[in-house]
Every structure is written in C-alpha cells, then in structure tokens.
Ligand binder design. Sequence first.
Ligand code: GLN
Length: 451
Amino acid sequence: ACLARIDELNPQTNAFVSVDAEAALAKADAVDAKRSSGGDVGLLSGLPIGIKDNMCQTGTPTTCGSKMLANYKPPYDAHVVERLNAADGVIVGKLNMDEFAMGSSTETSVAGVTRNPWNAEHSPGGSSGGSAAAVAAGMVPLALGSDTGGSIRQPASFCGVVGMKPTYGRVSRFGLVAFASSLDQIGPFARDVKGASLLLQAIAGHDKRDTTSVDADVPDYVDCIDRPLEGLRVGIVDEHYGAGLDDEVQAAVRKSINALEAAGATVKQVELPHAKYSVATYYLIAPSEASSNLARYDGIHYGYRSPNFDPKDDGLVDLYCRSRGEGFGPEVKRRIMLGTYALSAGYYDAYYLRALKVRRRIREDYDKAFKEVDVIAGPVCPSTAFRLGEKMDDPLAMYLSDVYTISANLAGIPGISVPCGLSDSGLPIGLQLQGPAFEEAKLLQVAKMAE
Ligand code: GLN
C-alpha cells in the first residue's frame, strides 16, 4: 500500500529521491515468514520506513541532495540503518533534503524541490522536508531525519506531523554524512507521539563507532507515554513571543499550553537571556564545522570529480577547485566561506572562540531553567509553511526560521514538535517542547498530553 501511495503522490510531492521496492517487498516477506513460523519479530514488525538521504545504506545512493555525492553508494550501513533492519523495519527508500542539510525549505537539493502535502505551493520546511512530507502524505508511517539547527522539528511543524530531535549523543551518528558534528542528531518522524516513541526506541543507544554516543540507559519510551504526569511544571519564556511571530502561531501555541495547564500542569515563566544570540552563534559554529567536514570532498577520494580537468595542463589545485566549484551548490559554498573565514588566523578568537563561549552561556541558561521546570513549551517556528521560492533570495530570512529551534542544538538538549492546530489558510502549526538532556521520555509524555 505504501509503494502504491508513493507511486501516486511522489511525482508531485517529490519526497522520495529513490525507492527500492524490490528490497522493501523482500524484507516485508521475510518478516511475514518469521512471524508465521512463530519466530520473534522485532520492535518495528514490518513497518515501512523512509530515511533521509544523508544516512548511509550499503549499495544505495546516498546523495545528501548534492551533485557532489550524486553517484555515491556507501560500502556500509549507518548505525541507524543497522538498527532499523535488526528491529524488522522495512526501509522503503531515501528522502529528499536540502543540500548537505543546509537549509530550511528543501529547495536546494539537486533532486529538485519537495512540496508540502498540505499545499503544494508551500515548502515542507527543511532540511528534512522529504521525511516530513512523506509521513504527512501517508507514503510511509515513519521516517528518519537529522536536526542540526531545527531540521526535524521545523519540517514536522510545517507538515503537521510529530518530529523529535533527541539529546546529542542519544543516537549514534555513525554513517550520517556530517554537516556540523557537534550539533547533528538523528531523530524520528511519525504521525503521532506513539510512532515517534517506537522509532526512537529502535534507534537510541550506545555505539562505540561514534565517540560522542553516550552510554546511558534507554527507557521504554512506548511504555512510558501513557503514564500520568504528576506535578508537571511547564516553562514559558518571553523570548518565544517577540517580534516576527505570527499571531495565528502564537494563539495556537498559547491555547495548547493552556490545555496542559487545564490538565493539571503548573505554568511558570522562566528566562533564557542568551537565547537571542542563538542564530548568530549557530551561524558561526555550524559553518565552521561544515567547512572542516566538507574539506573531504576533494574530487579525488570519492564524490564528484570535474571532467574539465586535463592532467597534462592542470595541477592538483585546479582539480580541487573545479570539482568543488562544480559539485557544491551556492548555499553550501556560502557556508564553507563563512566557516573558513571564522576559523582563519586573526578571526578565530573574535568569532569562533567567542561563539563557543556564548554557546556555553546558552547551555547554562537551560540548566538553570530546568531546575525550575520540567519542560519548556513554545512555538517551533515563527510562521506556518512559507511559499516555495519566498526566502530563496534572502539567506538571512531563511536563517531566521530556526530562531526557536537552534538553541536546543547548541545546548545539546532534546526537543519535539507536535501538531497544535491549523492556520486559517489550512496550514499546520507546531508546538515545541524542550527538556533536559536525556529526558526524551518526559518530552514524549508531555507531547502525548498535548496531542
Ligand atoms: N536551517 C538550519 C541550517 O540551514 C538547520 C539545518 C539543519 O538542522 N540541518 O543550517
């Protein structure tokens, strides 16, 4: 049924960039056979899943939405792919994304734009727009995305589905193509909180191959979501209600916070005084790390190599310049230039080092706030899904769509987006809940109450 739905809707939505129907059907049959012979079927029990195209799957194109990796077929599986397979999930295909996960609209992919299933003139958000759109359109019940500054939560909110960025270190990044290594985290998309809990359960946990993966117990997320929450304290912050926030988004978010209060939670004002520096801090740290991570695409080891290169006349630097010049799109080049600049001698202290210090302050603000409240509730994004093309000529306006999500990545804490209403024009609105590190279970419980 999922494959038929993809055939029907993908030509317009363009959520999937590749589908391996044969492999999916073979896996589904194998799970069925296991079940009918009385074998133990894994947690995901044959559920179809889509994965963002920056997660390596053996022998399957993993393009990262870039010409640079258009022909790249990894020789190994990402940790999350191993986990999905081991849990008897059925991987159906790879999902569209902004090039190298840099963006908020899924418009910069070499595979073309993805359209929002609620209204095809609008963006599904990004960079995991393919994942959000595929789940919203019913092509797959579950999908994986990655979130460096909001790329799971913002598209989840634009497409009216649940999306969670787990704590940094909760899910192994082994086999995730790196964008900004200290911020990247893989997480689930689902139609409801239960689905997100199930998928998180399958992928969370320690992996020695990612040195930042944390060896901490993984609770039973599915089991905990229906438990009653006694004495829940919900924090709200002024910084979430400043200039630029749509009235409709504000009203829907406030309404769902009131509903939590009516259900017994105490709502309390807390402060995140450094949150206003999040976007500036992020756009120094993320491009700095990206410029270093993307240095590996040299046209030699793997990835795109310029055909406009003649070993007789040209030198090594020509090969680098042409391969990178032709292989990367404009947004990726902008990030590499910003990052290289911020890391260069003379500017390192003034920009990069200072950004790291502000990052620590942002983290400390959260530590303090979470002494007073269990979760912080607010909007995911200042607006509902914007029109395709609307922000393409204005990178700063695009960057500002992550104003409420970025601080969770800088602090390393988990965040979830859960649908909380529709605008007058029929576009979804998301409520964001953020919690202390490794408190995903509590976030899922509160999200379930808000659902
Ligand atoms: N929109 C942000 C950026 O462009 C975040 C992207 C992400 O989370 N991958 O960097």
